[in-house]
Ligand binder design. Structure first.
Ligand code: F6R
Ligand code: MN
Length: 189
């Protein structure tokens, strides 16, 4: 005899592609045109096709944003490409509620997770299929695709974390990841 213990939420995930399906799924896309000021070479960025997609995020919010104690779940698909010599990357952010942490888990592609403490100290972790990354609270995070294919990773973060993009717009990260001869170069910003 089978006992039904509970009902899963209606949303579905496709692990490999990072696509989600269901009534609660939200989607956000960032194009080259929407990323002014993010890359070092602004002239190169403004000369590119503004409609070209850099990354897309699909996620579900099973409770209202701002709810203490809840979790959000989603995936980012970060395309392969460069702006000048700098690899495609996300804007990056601190959580608005600073002490909120997050998990990232990579399913495909290769890249780097750039992590910055509040005092500006910045480090990177390699992202490869299967790599699991714990992002502690008070640490800004940005992902960079250093490969030739799209990089896909899943994330889980607190529903009251929020996103502070302004702090990054003001001062950036301490390191940038650039196309090098054969392998990526991590340089001081
Ligand atoms: C959520 C989170 C990710 C990012 C996504 C896009 O807290 O860290 O879902 O939001 O990878 O990056 P941003 O938000 O920096 O544009
Ligand atoms: Mn985050």
């Amino acid at each position: 005899m089978m006992t039904i213990l509970g009902r899963a939420m209606g949303d579905r995930v496709d692990w490999q592609s990072g696509r989600m399906d269901g009534a609660g799924v939200q989607r956000s896309v960032k194009t080259v045109g929407e990323l002014a000021g993010v890359f070092a070479d602004e002239a190169a960025r403004s000369g590119m096709d503004a409609a070209r997609v850099v990354y897309a995020v699909e996620w579900t919010e099973p409770v209202a944003a701002g709810t203490e104690g809840g979790l959000f779940w989603g995936a980012t698909r970060l395309e392969a490409g460069c702006v000048g010599d700098e690899y495609f990357m996300t804007r990056g952010h601190f959580h608005a509620v600073r002490d909120r942490g997050e998990f990232y888990g990579t399913v495909s592609g290769e890249g780097m997770l750039v992590l910055m403490e509040e005092d500006g100290a910045t480090r990177v972790e390699r992202m490869v299929p299967g790599s699991l990354h714990y992002i502690p609270g008070r640490v800004a995070h940005r992902t960079v695709n250093t490969g030739a294919e799209a990089m896909v990773f899943w994330a889980c973060w607190p529903s009251d974390a929020g996103h502070d993009y302004a702090a990054i717009a003001a001062r950036g990260f301490g390191l940038r990841v650039m196309r090098g001869d054969g392998s990526p170069r991590v340089v001081e910003a």
